[in-house]
Ligand binder design. Structure first.
Ligand code: ADP
Ligand code: GN1
Ligand code: MG
Length: 363
């Protein structure tokens, strides 16, 4: 708390700080909830940004500053909207910046804490899935007209599946920690699907589907719902940058339709629930359908498979590499995560024609 309180003193907070405790279940940043004594003062979210992963933090924070201001402007012009709850609000440092760099080289940022929210790692009802779809769809349409030129690419080639596969290949070949022999089955599963999973990237590279501003990390716990489980606010804006609509739709499908956990050790629990797929798709398309091209829509169901595949590839790569990227809770956590993603994909493969029918139903 001592170091944290020094950090906190550099931000323009109101009220007396009571506690600053680790918060949330993100895999990348260090997040703390800062509570203040006074009931009429905000609480805050303080984050140490992972600068090993995000190499250009000033660029990343410039993106977030632009995006949050743009959304705030839209909310301020929407009757009945609450900009402090429906959008993220950055707290400036004493010298007016959107982030702080401390003497050790760590980067910190602060947001208003959005009270009375619910965030879900597993989605258990179509109503919640629908709300998530609506929220991420709306997020995309709200930032579509962001002025001021392209956003910084905060992680280059983030969703480039060809590059992700090449990294997996190289990591297995180098086998830095002697785990390659443990992943032969998973690697065979991955490489057997490489061609199909390149479809969306290759359409994009040929200019056949448009680049949009996308969130790129639309994991379901990156949307906050309110106490009535109605959509409240899209959070975790570190990867908002140019991308294809499929990356946002697909990552939400990965996380909102799985009947098990992202890292479920019991693979019998991991299945795609087509009712959740339908509800998410309905919500997402209500907000985006009129702006999407035929080719984008034709490949939406495929993107539902692409993201479990891609994130599974990244978990597997990190496992073979010795766990340098994702936070882990135990020795084989990344392998367990990869297996759960591939089990989800296998379940989707069995239901793929139903997924395609659902997308057609909401066109
Ligand atoms: P990570 O990139 O590590 O996932 P997030 O930005 O998603 O970091 O934050 C981690 C968790 O903190 C979220 O899942 C959410 O529960 C919580 N959180 C983040 N920002 C806010 C906020 N402004 N208000 C309330 N909770 C928040
Ligand atoms: C990370 O930051 P978080 O926990 O929301 C990761 C995503 C993965 C996800 C898997 C910047 O998301 O790409 O899909 O873990 N974020 C980054 O749970 O790599
Ligand atoms: Mg997150």
């Amino acid at each position: 708390m001592n170091n944290l309180s020094v950090v906190i003193k550099n931000f323009c907070t109101e009220g007396t700080v009571l506690t600053a405790l680790p918060y949330g279940s993100g895999h990348i940043n260090d997040t703390y909830k800062v509570e203040t004594v006074e009931s009429d003062c905000f609480n805050y979210i303080l984050q140490r940004i992972n600068h090993k992963i995000f190499k250009n933090v000033p660029g990343l924070m410039d993106n977030i500053d632009r995006v949050t201001r743009h959304i705030r402007m839209k909310l301020e012009n929407t009757p009945g909207a609450d900009p402090n709850r429906q959008g993220l609000t950055l707290i400036r440092t004493l010298d007016g910046k959107s982030f702080l760099q401390d003497p050790e080289g760590n980067f910190w940022r602060m947001y208003i804490f959005i009270e009375d929210n619910r965030s879900y790692d597993i989605v258990d009802t179509p109503e919640k899935a629908y709300e998530g779809g609506r929220m991420f769809g709306k997020f995309q349409s709200m930032i579509a007209d962001l002025p001021g030129g392209p956003l910084h690419e905060t992680i280059p080639n983030f969703h480039n599946i060809d590059m992700r596969l090449e990294t997996l290949r190289q990591t297995i070949a180098m086998d830095p920690v002697g785990r390659a022999s443990l992943v032969a089955d998973e690697a065979a599963f991955v490489f057997a699907r490489a061609e199909e999973m390149g479809t969306i990237l290759h359409l994009g590279q040929k200019g056949l589907i448009p680049q949009r501003i996308t969130h790129n990390d639309t994991k379901f716990n990156n949307v906050l719902l309110d106490n009535n489980d109605k959509g409240l606010c899209v959070i975790d804006l570190d990867t908002v940058m140019p991308g294809y609509v499929h990356y946002d739709f697909g990552d939400s499908i990965r996380t909102s339709t799985n009947t098990g956990a992202e890292d479920d050790p019991d693979l019998s629990k991991v299945e795609m629930d087509i009712r959740l797929f339908e509800a998410y798709t309905k919500g997402f398309l209500e907000e985006t359908r009129s702006t999407l091209t035929v080719l984008e829509l034709d490949n939406l169901a495929l993107s539902g498979k692409l993201l479990p595949y891609m994130i599974g590839v990244r978990f597997l790569t990190d496992y073979v590499d010795g766990d340098n990227y994702f936070k882990i809770k135990h020795e084989h956590h990344n392998l367990q995560r990869a297996r759960a993603q591939f089990k989800l994909l296998a379940s989707q493969e069995r239901q793929f024609s139903s997924m395609q029918e659902v997308v057609r139903k909401y066109l």
